[in-house]
Design a protein. Sequence first.
Length: 91
Amino acid sequence: MSERKTILLVEDEALIALCESELLKRHGYNVVTVAAGEEAVAAIFNGIPVDLILMDIDLGGGIDGTEAALLILEKYDIPIVFLKSYRTGDS
């Protein structure tokens, strides 16, 4: 049996992070979720083993997803997929 792959999900919107995390878990992945670019960089630099990073581009305050990705890719060869959520209306 193959080992479950681990995904680092970087998403600052709590509801979106929860939904994406649950969906990934239902499909057999381990998921580590962080809410900020700095947290993503720290997680990787502290040795959390991940197979893929799903990175929101706009992370509110602090460094954004593209900056976090550049810092990570300077030292690690981890595939990164960028995500962008769009809200409609004023809700």
